[in-house]
Ligand binder design. Sequence first.
Ligand SMILES: Cc1cc2nc3c(=O)[nH]c(=O)nc-3n(C[C@H](O)[C@H](O)[C@H](O)COP(=O)(O)OP(=O)(O)OC[C@H]3O[C@@H](n4cnc5c(N)ncnc54)[C@H](O)[C@@H]3O)c2cc1C
Length: 437
Amino acid sequence: MGQISHGTETTFDVIGIGFGPANLALAVALDEYNRSVAPDQRLSYRFLERQATFGWHRGMLIEGTTMQISFLKDLSTMRNPTSDFGFVSYLHAQGRLAAFINHQCFFPSRVEFHDYLDWAAARLRHAVDYGREVVDVRPVAQEGDITELDVVVAGSADHWRARNLVLGTGLRPAAPAWVTTGDRVWHSENLLDRLRQTTLPAAPAFVVMGAGQSAAETVQCLHDRFPAGRIHWVFARYGLSPADDSPFVNAIFDPDAVGTFFDASAEVKEALLAYHRNTNYSVVDGDLIGELYRRHYQELVSGRPRLHLRRMSRVVAAHPDRDRVRLDIEYLPSSTVERVDADVLICATGYLPVDPAETLATTAALCKRDTEGRLRVGLDYRVETTGTMRCGIYLQGATEHLHGLSSSLLSNAAVRAGQIVSSLTGRDERRRHERAG
Ligand SMILES: Cc1cc2nc3c(=O)[nH]c(=O)nc-3n(C[C@H](O)[C@H](O)[C@H](O)COP(=O)(O)OP(=O)(O)OC[C@H]3O[C@@H](n4cnc5c(N)ncnc54)[C@H](O)[C@@H]3O)c2cc1C
């Protein structure tokens, strides 16, 4: 194991693509693994991240928003409760442990959790190249077998060569096909940046599309920041649905649930995803629903409504010009369309996983597919590949159909990272025996 140089090239045991929380948890697991084994057993690793610095959904780091998971589901605790990368170690390092305990809080603010992730990322700075967007992965053949992979980065002639890859490329914003984002049409993922960059009138009009957590947080943020502003909140439902985070249901995010889900038949998997979709998709934290309803009701009492609920409705077209956007909003029960002028349309229309095959590009042809064209992936998150491939390709995220609802979330990040390290080292162990034999 270890790092081998080929002139200007270096072969790493593991290259991680993306450095969000999933691959950050992997970096922590690799760091702890290396600290626990003899020097010649250590794995060399590197992460390539397209952002210029570490950032976790920075555009939605709205003051006052909280995590949807317990602080104990941090980067390492569920895998190794004695890890010095846990949230408690972070609090201790910041001198805030006692204050946090007095706060009696299970769900820290997103701002604080981001600071925690940033603290962990800074400790692993040596293992990350920022500002590197991976655009292709090319197989390197030796005597007919593919033993290494070349990771190609946009606009760079440098080579990153690996024996194993772990993709942690996360989510990308989703919106209806007719949406083109621009100065007056935003996706919620950039909310805070856009608000900083855009000059708006003193009493702006916003249209927010969507009925999930991001939409509700966006509405609350605009309502707070623009006391004279108006917000048209457009969603197809009658009302907002609360996120189910009740304890029996929440167990579906436990590490043990992953194997149970993986082994279930396709029908059972589909049923479980449908039963418990309301843990994560198109749902809003119950307290936030209560707070928004309180504001709505106060405005009914005062007779000065600023938050206009446009239920059972959808935006069907947007016509932006220089500093306005004209919208067609359909009221679904009567199919009537009303034209509304606004300063900004915000699409809080969610996210979809990045398709790993896109990132793998050339190498995707060497990956096996299921009947629906998706990559075949094992319980250990390793992609099944064709016969000549000797490299491991692992996926973090984008496997909800196989590993269940925690696939794209933080709940299982620590344990999954440990399982990937076990898979990597188990296989390397076997290969060494094969070579020795
Ligand atoms: C506003 C918001 C709040 C959320 N809150 C929670 C929560 O409280 N609890 C929870 O469990 N989940 C939450 N989620 C879900 C979210 O998916 C996870 O929190 C988390 O981001 C998953 O981590 P990840 O590393 O898989 O993906 P990401 O955080 O999306 O990280 C992926 C990284 O890969 C990089 N990348 C992508 N493609 C490339 C490429 N080709 N080359 C190089 N780098 C690349 C990206 O720049 C990014 O930094 C939230 C999501 C949002 C949008």
